[in-house]
Design a protein around this ligand. Structure first.
Ligand SMILES: Nc1ncnc2c1ncn2[C@@H]1O[C@H](COP(=O)(O)OP(=O)(O)OP(=O)(O)O)[C@@H](O)[C@H]1O
Ligand SMILES: [Mg+2]
Length: 383
């Protein structure tokens, strides 16, 4: 009987919360497990009463309970965490953020604000590839590329997240769609996943019609907090949607994420390419590794299959050649891509087999193939 109960507990503890992405047993989200004859009774404690994905979670716990030996019926009740439980969860998340997976090891688990330790995914040994999507010129499609590339990476079986570093001109939440804001647990933010992509953006924290007027240092702080105070897990890819230009945010990227790689988005015309080159030079000056170029709006394919090169041709290849990096891909101009961006229904989700979506899949594949940048690691130096 006891062993049945043990197996029931184990089974339920292994259920992964869809928002946090960790097993319930690790997050203190199981308040109680009991059995009455062949009936399992489980109380799941969630951080907020409007916890996203609650019904999904309850269903998963129910089937996990029913899968345990000797259980024929299961009743799962969701309750809202009390303060102690929320704090325990916060500590568990913080611990995870620092790369601790067991009870031993770490210290400073209570980390508040300023002296927050570097999260595991930013450290040099992490598997996470941090990729800044940049361009000198505005409106070339950085955000569209970021969103659709992240989704394509997920579709290819990788994990991907987006940090919208365009703090003033954020556009990712709207493009990505979804209606669930990030979840805040004490001083820790849990970005919720949309189409499998976790995302943080200033857009989740300020009303859309209000301008964000911040000075450089605050902007830096915002990016630091998005990285350091958020529970991202350890995604394979962290795409950073950069604002246009070569300014403060590139500097923040280099400071907060010195391992970041950069890809440059440009359009085919020569003027865009020259401006894009400047952003690549700025990145290099800050010792960020420029990995490749994506040419966007490369052509428009008419109904008869003819390609119209509306913005000229060759800009991406030329820029890649000048920078000595590969042309990672070319994305055609398709009206549905813009419409999808406007309505929060990304084309890679709504029409995964169309010309543009296939181009994004090819870019994702190429990005994976070139592998992470080799970084100079101070700990390996002999001097
Ligand atoms: N390949 C494409 N086909 C059709 N429309 C596109 C394509 N790429 C981008 N767009 C559209 O062009 C506009 C600008 O794109 P986007 O916002 O992604 O550019 P951006 O470089 O991030 O701009 P900003 O510099 O303002 O951040 C958007 O309306 C977007 O939907
Ligand atoms: Mg943008």
């Amino acid at each position: 009987m006891t062993s049945d109960r043990g197996r029931l507990e184990e089974s339920v503890a292994g259920v992964v919360d869809p928002v946090i992405g960790l097993p319930l047993g690790e997050t203190g989200m199981i308040r109680s497990v009991g059995t009455r004859r062949h009936r399992a009774e489980v109380e799941v404690a969630v951080p907020a009463d409007d916890w996203p994905g609650l019904s999904e979670l309850v269903a998963a716990v129910e089937s996990a309970a029913l899968a345990a030996d000797g259980v024929r019926e299961a009743s799962v009740v969701a309750v809202t965490m009390d303060e102690d439980e929320r704090n325990a969860l916060r500590i568990a998340l913080r611990r995870r953020m620092q790369g601790d997976t067991d009870d031993g090891g770490g210290h400073d688990h209570g980390g508040h604000g300023h002296d927050t330790p570097t999260p595991a995914f930013l450290q040099s040994g992490s598997k996470t590839r941090i990729i800044g999507v940049s361009s000198g010129k505005g409106g070339v499609g950085k955000s569209s590329v970021t969103v659709n590339l992240a989704i394509s990476l997920v579709r290819a079986g990788h994990t991907a997240a987006i940090l919208d570093a365009d703090v003033y001109g954020f556009s990712v939440p709207k493009m990505l769609g979804g209606d669930q804001d990030p979840v805040i647990i004490g001083d820790t933010v849990v970005p919720t996943a949309v189409h499998g992509v976790r995302c943080l953006s200033m857009g989740y924290f300020v009303p859309e019609d209000q301008p964000v007027i911040w000075r450089g240092p605050m902007l830096h702080k915002a990016i630091e907090q998005f990285m350091g105070d958020a529970y991202w897990g350890e995604p394979d890819f962290m795409l950073v949607d950069m604002p246009p230009g070569t300014g403060d945010v590139t500097l923040s990227l280099a400071q907060v994420m010195p391992r970041a790689e950069v890809i440059v988005v440009t359009t085919p015309q020569a003027a865009a390419q020259r401006v894009a080159q400047r952003s690549a030079f700025a990145a290099r000056k800050l010792k960020l590794s420029v990995r490749g170029v994506i040419e966007n709006m490369s052509w428009f394919t008419g109904d008869d299959g003819t390609r119209y090169e509306l913005f000229g041709r060759g800009g991406g290849a030329q820029l890649a050649g000048d920078l000595g990096v590969p042309l990672i891909g070319q994305i055609p101009l398709v009206p549905e891509l813009r419409e999808g961006g406007d309505t929060g229904r990304p084309i890679t989700v709504t029409d995964p087999d169309c010309e543009a979506s296939l181009a994004f899949s090819a870019v994702a594949k190429h990005l994976v193939a070139i592998g992470p940048a080799r970084v100079y690691r101070r700990e390996l130096s002999l001097s």
